[in-house]
Design a protein around this ligand. Structure first.
Ligand code: CP
Length: 312
């Protein structure tokens, strides 16, 4: 029996598979830009998209990704499901597996995705949890590849909360693709050790350098990309004031970008201008945040096609 492929973590893909997904995305984007909007390799197949938290980019780009592959998306909010009345996730996973060809979910607790995947007989895709955001990171690697024409040896610097879900997924994706990743974060907000351990194992093969430090100015020297994310993630509202205080020295502003020379600026969005980034940086010529958002569509189509064994 064929193994069901999930994407709960970036590391659910082998490095060669991640490179293959990026190549598929490049081909799908080229065809889309040439006017081929529908490539119906998922005709007759359906994908459940479960949202426990708000979303703009992921919600729209995932629904369109399924439609443009000829499939049928079913968008579900937790509130509208029996999950909200106590039906266990493991029951939901087994029931949905009998209707749809994949389940994508945005959840508060990463463990909930792990539970969904354990009981699902169709692929489960992480659309963001409190631990990882793999679709964002894979898409960002695609954007970096598109902008710089290479990934190996690129210096990607993340400034802010090192425990951030996007930071975790970027560390994994970077280490799998030979990208050097530096995280500049407060000592109390370092990336999870388990993420760093997995990344170090990939890095031993790819030559990627993974560095965690605490001085943002030191971190951005020689950067090709400076990346940040919101300081207060969904579900962390009670910690908002404390996190803003700790992260204040890690704001990406014009002064820091000057230290970074010609580096591009990336942000997964939504952005909080005046907190993690200033308006002049996000609106600058070096900002590629809109391209990042655009590429979510193409990369997610590639992920869906790959996990569902659809020949494109
Ligand atoms: N970057 C991202 O995941 O955006 P949404 O929360 O709008 O989906």
């Amino acid at each position: 029996m064929k193994r069901v492929r999930h994407l709960v973590s970036v590391s659910d893909l082998e490095p060669f598979e991640l490179r293959q997904v990026l190549r598929i995305a490049r081909m799908l984007k080229a065809r889309y830009m040439a006017g081929e909007r529908i490539i119906p390799v998922l005709r007759g197949r359906s994908v459940a998209l479960i949202f426990e938290k708000p979303s703009t980019r992921t919600r729209v780009s995932m629904e369109l990704a399924v439609v443009q592959l000829g499939g049928h998306p079913i968008v579900l909010t937790k509130k509208a499901m029996q999950l909200s009345r106590g039906e266990p996730l493991k029951d939901t996973a087994r029931v949905l597996s009998r209707y749809v060809d994949a389940i994508a979910a945005r959840v508060y607790r990463h463990e909930d995705l792990v539970e969904l995947a354990r009981y699902s007989s169709v692929p489960v895709i992480n659309m963001l949890s409190d631990y990882e955001h793999p679709l964002q990171a894979i898409s960002d690697m695609f954007t970096i590849w598109e902008i710089l024409g290479r990934l190996r040896g690129v210096n990607l610097v993340f400034i802010g909360d090192g425990r951030d879900n996007v930071a975790h997924s970027l560390i994994l994706a970077a280490s799998m693709l030979g990208v050097n990743m530096t995280v500049a974060c407060p000592p109390e907000l370092k990336p999870d050790e388990r993420i760093l351990e997995v990344a170090e194992r990939y890095a031993a093969d790819t030559g990627s350098r993974i560095t965690v430090l605490h001085d943002p100015v030191e971190a951005v020297k020689g950067a090709d990309i400076v990346y940040t994310d919101v300081w207060v993630s969904m579900g962390e509202e009670a910690l908002a004031e404390e996190k803003k205080r700790i992260l204040r020295p890690y704001q990406v502003n014009g002064k820091l970008m000057k230290e970074a020379g010609k580096a591009y600026f990336m942000h997964c969005l939504p952005a909080h201008r005046g907190e993690e980034v200033t308006d002049d940086v996000i609106e600058s010529e070096r900002s590629i945040v809109w391209l990042q958002a655009e590429n979510r569509l193409h990369v997610q189509k590639a992920v869906l096609a790959y996990l569902l064994n659809a020949r494109v």
